[in-house]
Design a protein around this ligand. Structure first.
Ligand SMILES: C[S@@+](CC[C@H](N)C(=O)[O-])C[C@H]1O[C@@H](n2cnc3c(N)ncnc32)[C@H](O)[C@@H]1O
Length: 218
């Protein structure tokens, strides 16, 4: 509310999810995206599991945020470990979980660099990995790969190094070549590269380069 009034006073368009992400105002981001549906990468991964006749596995939802993807996993009867390092993230998720699905959910407040991954069928990292500090990225990625069982999947996004935010400190951005190297060991089921400019009328237009990934581990 306060932010909206400020924006109006200054004659600026209101802040959106992107603006909150840029400054890592996570509660602002959670409010901005609250109620939005699951990410396409997660839906694609879950649909592929279902086509294989595998219907209710165990997923780690890394940096789950307000929980849009955790809610989708739970609705399909998956067990979920949702992690995030922001203390307010799970207060957006728990009240929206139907009572009968609550036993399927565990939440843990933990930073990328302290993550310990249990063995799982799926690691879901929607718009999460770019926010890992570069010095921790490789260890985090190796832990992700090790935790996924053969035949399990990774779903999520990498941000490219032509993205405007690549110049921000403490962000992890990669070239297409590097992303492909990370995915050695996976059959790539989706690698959709999105590269575009925001329309100029936005508050703080940026250039986006995003790789949307679903991979099945060999
Ligand atoms: C852009 S949001 C993505 C949230 C959700 N996965 C989605 O798809 O909307 C990035 C998330 O990363 C979390 N995050 C940022 N830095 C982190 C860190 N060092 N360790 C763990 N989580 C972090 C934030 O709290 C936030 O929930």
């Amino acid at each position: 509310m306060h932010e909206k009034n400020e924006s109006k006073k200054l004659g600026l368009p209101p802040m959106g999810a992107k603006d909150f992400s840029e400054i890592e105002d996570w509660p602002g981001y959670f409010d901005a995206v609250l109620g939005k549906g699951a990410r396409d990468t997660l839906i694609a991964a879950l649909d592929s599991f279902e086509e294989e006749g595998f219907n209710n596995g165990f997923a780690v939802d890394l940096a789950a945020g307000e929980g849009r993807d955790s809610l989708e996993l739970l609705s399909r009867n998956w067990r979920v470990l949702a992690t995030d390092n922001h203390p307010e993230a799970f207060s957006y998720l728990w009240p929206r979980v139907p009572e009968k699905l609550k036993p399927l959910l565990t939440t843990k407040e933990v930073s990328f660099h302290d993550m310990e991954f249990p063995d799982c069928d799926l690691v879901n990292a929607s718009f999460a990995l770019p926010f890992c500090e570069p010095q921790h990225f490789e260890v985090l990625w190796n832990k992700i790969v090790a935790s996924i069982r053969p035949g399990g999947r990774f779903a999520g996004q990498f941000f490219g190094n032509r993205d405007t935010w690549a110049s921000l400190p403490n962000r992890s951005h990669h070239s297409r070549k590097e992303v492909l190297q990370f995915l050695e060991g996976f059959t790539i089921e989706m690698m959709r590269e999105e590269e575009r400019d925001d329309p100029p009328e936005l508050r703080n237009p940026k250039h986006w380069q995003i790789f949307h990934i679903v991979g099945r581990k060999y």
